[in-house]
Design a protein around this ligand. Structure first.
Ligand SMILES: NC(=O)c1ccc[n+]([C@@H]2O[C@H](COP(=O)([O-])OP(=O)(O)OC[C@H]3O[C@@H](n4cnc5c(N)ncnc54)[C@H](OP(=O)(O)O)[C@@H]3O)[C@@H](O)[C@H]2O)c1
Ligand SMILES: *[C@@H]1O[C@H](CO)[C@@H](O)[C@H](O)[C@H]1NC(C)=O
Length: 230
């Protein structure tokens, strides 16, 4: 198990490349890649490479990392890629005219957009990986009691109520990890690719998450943005 986070500070492009090369030199195989890192509704910020933070971390980071490790994953086939998205993708749109949110910034929209990008990326990658023995699926983990809400401002007086609600209704991190673990390891999903899951079951997607033209265009633009295609 290779925990990439400590080595990929802020998903910086050159650091990501460096870490992937190190991993490819040192690891003979890569059976599973789980793209889980994410940031939720932060104020307007940019990554070191100048991308809007949520799009940069939640989509472009995973896009670059996965593409750099694709050779190793193919050589390790059968292997699996898992992409942690969110149900909130429903409120997103891939607005190609302002992917860096320089014209306007709406933190909820940008989170949803990045999570829609996760699903479109998973589907387009699944299409490209047909016949290679590498599968890729995306998922919604549920509402989980983690540190994801660090940028959400809850008024001091509402905090006890929020804690009570989250304690009563949110999943624990162990519960929240189950669909990722299922997709990473269960024989039930051997050979299954390009699908979206929740609670360890396949779920239907809205048409906007199944738009192959948008998925392809997003792929092409992402390749240029992260410098895979000069
Ligand atoms: N919690 C929920 O209810 C929920 C619901 C739907 C979807 N999700 C998704 O589940 C995934 C995991 O989130 P979580 O709930 O476990 O949140 P979390 O507790 O905030 O964990 C997020 C992880 O992402 C890493 N990360 C954030 N920004 C990064 C960056 N720039 N570079 C490298 N690593 C970075 C964090 O590492 P550091 O701690 O080192 O910063 C942390 O390990 C996310 O993709 C999220 O969108 C969560
Ligand atoms: C921000 O985006 C969310 C989700 O897409 C939307 O519901 C909301 O109306 C938007 N807010 C503004 C001020 O445009």
């Amino acid at each position: 198990f290779f925990e990439l986070n400590p080595f990929v500070p802020r998903l910086h492009i050159s650091c990501t490349c460096e870490v992937c090369h190190k991993l490819m030199r040192e690891e003979p195989r890569l059976d599973v890649l789980i793209n889980n890192a994410g940031i939720f509704q932060c104020p307007y910020m940019k990554t070191e490479d100048g991308f809007e933070m949520q799009f940069g971390v939640n989509h472009l980071g995973h896009f670059l990392l996965t593409n750099l490790l694709l050779g190793l994953l193919k050589n390790s086939a059968p292997s699996r890629i898992v992409i942690v998205s969110s149900k909130l993708y429903k409120y997103g749109e891939i607005n190609f005219d302002d992917l860096n949110s320089e014209i306007s910034y709406n933190k909820s929209f940008c989170y949803s957009r990045s999570k829609l990008a996760n699903i479109l990326f998973a589907r387009e990658l699944a299409r490209r990986l047909e016949g290679t023995g590498v599968t890729v699926n995306s998922l919604h983990p549920g509402i989980v009691r983690t540190n994801l809400g660090r940028y959400v401002n809850i008024p001091l007086l509402a905090k006890p109520l929020f804690n009570l609600v989250s304690w009563a209704f949110f999943k624990t991190p162990l519960e929240g990890a189950q669909t990722s673990i299922y997709l990473a390891s269960s024989p039930d999903v051997e050979g299954v690719s390009g699908k979206y899951f929740g609670d360890c079951k396949e779920e239907e997607l809205l048409p906007k998450a199944m738009d192959d033209l948008v998925a392809r265009k997003l792929w092409d633009i992402s390749e240029v943005m992260v410098g895979l295609l000069k």
